[in-house]
Design a protein around this ligand. Structure first.
Ligand SMILES: Cc1cc2nc3c(=O)[nH]c(=O)nc-3n(C[C@H](O)[C@H](O)[C@H](O)COP(=O)(O)OP(=O)(O)OC[C@H]3O[C@@H](n4cnc5c(N)ncnc54)[C@H](O)[C@@H]3O)c2cc1C
Length: 312
């Protein structure tokens, strides 16, 4: 994880229209294009192909149709219709049934009630078909509203939904207790967004320490623990804690992002742990891609080499 300043720099770059146009032209053009390292493709068929490959390697997956921060209800409706088509395509394909989505993609910034309606439409199609739907966590202005929406839906009987908590936020240990009391499954992450010091730890050591505390609590008393990280120290801690507390490997899973630490994904699977790969796809891949760049300087060189190759 980079320090806060570097993360902020990449978040700024992510707003650049020129960069987006340039990236969109080259990033996905061919199977070798640079963005394909982190994104399965622009179509659901490409995502399903990636999902099949993940399954062949003994892992499960959750598919994310990329998109966020829509600015009007037409876009939110279009995203919802697209999600419904994705649900049908996944169900028809026979691959595992897991989805991840963001509430701002369904219109949360425009109108909360419409976003909830859109989520309900997706759940009405996905839940009876056996999908598990993970509501991704966006930056801190959305934490409260996201958890509230999950709580409301949970109380209305939606039980195939889960949340994400970010160890970077001071509030998250409290939110973990809240989600545990509710009964909802939790994916634990460090947090991908640049956050102010009023709400979040700024030092990597503090984010990691909170992650360590939260993973122990989640493994011991949480629901459907999903330890989502590529950090070998956190993974070792989870393994050690599970062994010490006699928590069997079937009671939790590791989660990693498509294209990141494939070696670790394979070795954990080989050791008998459950590993789920988060597979992002879709035309709106640029902000997701920039977050991945912001996490690791070496990725920038990888992209620069790709651009030189593509444009040469
Ligand atoms: C399945 C999954 C779902 C997620 N969902 C959310 C979400 O809903 N909301 C949210 O805020 N965040 C989410 N994240 C992102 C998360 O918050 C972190 O930003 C991201 O996982 C990097 O942190 P890390 O735990 O891997 O640890 P770090 O300390 O950042 O990294 C540890 C090691 O992992 C490797 N690594 C990490 N990132 C990269 C990268 N981009 N490229 C190459 N190698 C890398 C490197 O070897 C690095 O040394 C998700 C992550 C995963 C795995």
């Amino acid at each position: 994880m980079l320090d806060a300043a570097s993360k902020a720099f990449f978040h700024l770059l992510a707003q650049s229209k020129t960069l987006k146009t340039f990236g969109s032209r080259y990033g996905m053009r061919s199977r070798q294009s640079f963005a394909r390292r982190f994104i399965a493709g622009e179509t659901v068929d490409e995502a399903i192909e990636a999902a099949r490959d993940v399954e062949r390697r003994g892992m499960t997956h959750t598919l994310d149709l990329l998109g966020e921060s829509v600015t009007n209800l037409e876009q939110a409706d279009a995203a919802t219709r697209e999600y419904l088509r994705v649900v049908d395509a996944i169900a028809d394909s026979g691959v595992g049934r897991g989805l991840s989505l963001k509430l701002t993609q369904l219109g949360l910034d425009v109108d909360k009630a419409s976003a909830v309606d859109n989520l309900r439409k997706i759940l009405a199609r996905a839940e009876p078909a056996g999908f598990f739907v993970r509501i991704d966590m966006e930056n801190s202005p959305y934490t409260d509203v996201t958890l509230e929406i999950v709580e409301t839906l949970w109380h209305q009987g939606h039980r195939r939904i889960g949340v994400v908590l970010q160890s970077a936020l001071y509030r998250s240990e409290h939110d973990l207790a809240r989600m545990t009391a509710l009964g909802a499954g939790v994916r634990l992450v460090k947090g991908a967004y640049k956050e102010p010091k009023t709400v979040a730890y700024q030092r990597k050591a503090d984010v990691d320490a909170a992650y360590g505390r939260m993973l122990k609590t989640l493994l011991t008393s949480g629901h459907q623990p999903a330890i989502a990280t590529h950090d070998p120290a956190m993974i070792d801690l989870a393994r050690q804690w599970a062994r010490d507390q006699r928590i069997s490997p079937e009671r939790f899973e590791f989660q990693m992002l498509y294209g990141i630490r494939r070696d670790l994904q394979a070795s954990l699977t080989g050791e008998g742990y459950r590993v789920r790969v988060y597979i992002p796809f879709g035309r709106e891949w640029f902000p997701y891609f920039m977050r991945r760049l912001g996490e690791r300087p070496a990725n920038v060189m990888f992209v620069v080499r790709g651009i030189v190759r593509e444009s040469g």
